[in-house]
Design a protein around this ligand. Structure first.
Ligand SMILES: *[C@@H]1O[C@H](CO)[C@@H](O)[C@H](O)[C@H]1NC(C)=O
Ligand SMILES: *[C@@H]1O[C@H](CO)[C@@H](O)[C@H](O)[C@H]1NC(C)=O
Length: 473
């Protein structure tokens, strides 16, 4: 009987694969930059010269699902001009709480300082969640590194530095988003000036007869003639043209570098595991969590978390597998609840979930090493099967708290009826310190890592929707 149950769990779990991809709101071919770790967020926030918008979401949140279409539409429209990114907070809780995220979705706009090395300005996006509003707001918040050039200032512009330059001639008095993007792409490598059609001397000097026009002024005074561009006035094509004289900065390319659990991370874990193998179990546990959550690392500056974010819910068996039951999974704390939705419970259950959220929040505030907490609702097919396999009865009116470490093959159940914050915290602290007795986790519950290639989704990349208009040159 038990064996059958265990086999059934394994079957359900093994059936699905790669929960990361399955659970993310955005597919592989999506135009959204999908951020899965602090390093990538750092690249976006602290390195990129382009303005970014970052959505912090949970895959199960209804408003996030509603936003998806418009957000992707905005991303396609802003491609090459603004980084449009998303962070799955079910996967990277700490990253989200370090950014002060308190609800889903939270949209933050990151505007880099115009002075290199200075901190960016990070603000919540408060506008409407439609593609049009997002595009308007973001294009108006792009940094402008384009130099306005007039007949009177042309000589100064030309003399300002020795590097290559370009002049964009237009009838407009404003600077278009594509022009700003172009200047940012070549920041530090080429100066871009904008000349209005009424600046007759400059217009005549370069023989410009139609607008808009782009003229490249190669560097050096070795007699290189200005080159007039005659291609499409599109960002990509203009950048390719200018790159004959200067190398553009590399765009943020997170999706290419980001398969979440790939060889390198696995290797690091393996190395760590080998070192730890020599140490005593309890002590090693403590250290393992300390290194995996890097509590000493400085978290993103000015935002302060004011209240606890609810514990994420694990809705599917495969997500439970990838987070907590893989052969490499670290300690997880699971709250099995009888209701199907975490926010739809009786008071006793809700209290426990609140305590867990508070505990996670307290740990994060104290930058204390911790484990991920998850809610497992009865609607997750793996819930009943797992509880049975662990010899726990399904309770209709209460929560089962279980800590599990699949890598080390143990689990622990919270015993007793006193589910107050204090008792939960001391139960948790004991686990953190590696104190107290552990049960042996049936080996058959642990799912072996399976390396599977995702099918290519090129078709999706090419899928085009009606573009959201932004200001032309
Ligand atoms: C950005 O830089 C600041 C200060 O240098 C740092 O505290 C913060 O953690 C960085 N942000 C990210 C997401 O890495
Ligand atoms: C940002 O701009 C500076 C010049 O101000 C440049 O040196 C640097 O490479 C740019 N960074 C990126 C990531 O493009």
């Amino acid at each position: 009987m038990l064996t059958n149950t265990v086999l059934a769990v394994v079957a359900v779990l093994a059936q699905m694969h790669s929960a990361m991809a399955a659970d993310s709101l955005y597919e592989k071919g999506s135009p959204i930059l999908q951020i899965t770790n602090k390093k990538q967020l750092n690249e976006l926030i602290n390195t990129s010269n382009h303005t970014s918008i970052v959505e912090f979401y949970a895959p199960w949140c209804g408003h996030c699902k509603n936003l998806k279409g418009d957000y992707e539409k905005a991303a396609r429209s802003l491609a090459g001009m603004v980084n449009v990114a998303a962070v799955n907070c079910d996967e990277t809780r700490e990253l989200c709480s370090s950014m002060g995220v308190q609800g889903f979705p939270t949209l933050k706009i990151v505007r880099p300082s115009k002075t290199p090395g200075r901190k960016p300005v990070i603000e919540d996006y408060q506008g409407q969640r439609t593609a049009g509003s997002i595009v308007d707001s973001l294009t108006s918040q792009m940094n402008n590194h384009v130099v306005k050039v007039t007949d009177a200032t042309l000589d100064a512009f030309l003399a300002a530095n020795e590097g290559p330059k370009a002049l964009l001639f237009t009838e407009k008095g404003t600077t278009a988003p594509t022009t700003k993007a172009l200047a940012t792409d070549f920041l530090g490598a080429l100066s871009l000036g904008q000349v209005r059609s009424k600046e007759k001397v400059t217009v005549d000097k370069y023989g410009v007869t139609k607008f808009p026009a782009l003229v490249l002024l190669p560097a050096g005074d070795d007699g290189k003639e200005p080159v007039v561009y005659d291609g499409k006035m599109k960002l990509k094509e203009m950048a390719a043209f200018l790159s004959q004289a200067a190398e553009p900065n590399k765009p943020v390319d997170i999706n290419v570098a980001a398969p979440p659990k790939k060889a390198k991370a696995d290797k690091e874990k393996k190395d760590k595991a080998e070192k730890k193998a020599e140490k005593k179990e309890g002590k090693a546990d403590e250290e393992e969590t300390a290194t995996s959550s890097t509590p000493t690392e400085q978290q993103t500056a000015p935002v302060i978390v004011q209240s606890a974010i609810p514990i994420p819910t694990v809705h599917t068996p495969e997500k439970l597998q990838s987070s907590c039951l893989g052969e490499k999974s670290h300690t997880c704390v699971l709250a099995f609840i009888s209701d199907n939705e975490a926010n739809n419970n009786d008071k006793a259950t809700q209290d426990v979930l609140d305590h867990l959220a508070e505990l996670a929040h307290k740990n994060a505030q104290a930058k204390r090493a911790t484990f991920p907490f998850y809610v497992v609702p009865a609607s997750n097919e793996a819930s009943a099967l797992l509880l049975k396999a662990l010899g726990l009865e399904e309770k209709t009116d209460q929560v089962h708290l279980v800590a599990v470490n699949a890598r080390r093959g143990w689990w622990r159940h919270f015993e007793g009826d006193d589910l107050s914050f204090k008792t939960i915290e001391s139960w948790f602290d004991a686990i953190r310190m590696g104190e107290g007795a552990k049960e042996k986790l049936p080996a058959s519950l642990v799912v072996k890592a399976e390396v599977k290639e995702e099918p290519k989704e090129e078709a999706k990349t090419e899928a085009k929707e009606e573009e959201v208009k932004h200001e032309e040159l």
